[in-house]
Design a protein around this ligand. Structure first.
Ligand code: OAD
Length: 230
């Protein structure tokens, strides 16, 4: 089976009702990104940051995967598919995707602020004063700006071994996520689906830009790729 690596950003979940980051003028649900997505922001106002992610977790329970998430699952009967997402929602998993790597962490997990390997499931709210077994404050399992990306190496390997790469709904502004596509082998077809694509056709060797939303662009692309596989 040929391998497909799919790199997704906030745009794949936009039509499920989750706002993207940079489409709202640099504010994320009314907050400066650094205020709610950096260790400095957490040190300055932990209650605000915890509440911010508690709200995101509540919102996540009210939304559902869209037709783009579901279409990607269809590929699995024909290709060995890995999804590498920058998103912290679980919409790819809820749609049924089997191999999902969350580069920037997961809203439905929390971790000790004293030991990044102590990771627990998190269905409800995290409050100030909620401690791990070793007595450290619990925090969302999110990779904030300035923090290491533990799954980067695995994601790079998956991109390097791909026969086809699909990129969906990302502004390609956050590194190292945006540089993952550079690991693809020369000549591998790269499809970029985004209504406001941030790449030009000369950026990659064998690039097809599809300037559509995920729900418009992904289902037909999946049908084409399934047809090519037989
Ligand atoms: P951005 O908000 O930077 O970019 C969203 C992209 O989605 C833009 O290119 C939009 O044009 C596109 N878009 C909007 N609606 C779409 C739709 N219906 N279908 C397809 N695409 C659509 O989001 P990311 O690139 O994912 O990090 O942001 C990367 C990281 O920055 C996030 O993971 C987050 C943030 O700070 C952390 O929280 C650590």
């Amino acid at each position: 089976m040929k391998k497909i690596t799919v790199l997704t950003g906030a745009g794949v979940s936009a039509e499920s009702g989750i706002n993207t980051f940079r489409d709202a003028g640099g504010l994320w649900e009314g907050h400066e990104v650094m205020e709610v997505a950096s260790p400095q922001g957490f040190a300055k106002n932990p209650a605000l940051v915890l509440d911010f992610y508690n709200q995101r977790r509540k919102q996540l329970k009210k939304v559902s995967p869209n037709r783009a998430h579901f279409a990607l699952v269809e590929l699995e009967d024909h290709y060995d598919v890995t999804i590498i997402t920058q998103n912290v929602d679980d919409l790819h998993e809820r749609a049924g995707s089997s191999n999902v790597i969350h580069l920037h962490g997961e809203l439905l997990k929390m971790r000790s602020s004293g030991n990044e390997r102590s990771i627990l499931d998190c269905e409800g709210d995290i409050m100030l004063g909620d401690l791990c077994e070793q007595g450290y404050q619990l925090r969302p399992h999110i990779v904030w700006f300035g923090e290491a990306v533990p799954l980067l190496e695995k994601a790079a390997e998956k991109t390097q071994s791909a026969h086809i790469v699909i990129i969906i709904g990302t502004s390609m502004q956050v590194y190292p996520a945006a540089s993952l596509v550079d690991y693809a082998q020369k000549g591998v077809p790269v499809y970029f689906i985004d209504p406001k694509p941030s790449v030009s056709k000369y950026d990659y060797d064998n690039l097809t830009i599809i300037p559509k939303t995920a729900v418009q662009g992904i289902p037909p692309l999946v049908l084409d790729l399934i047809a090519q596989s037989s």
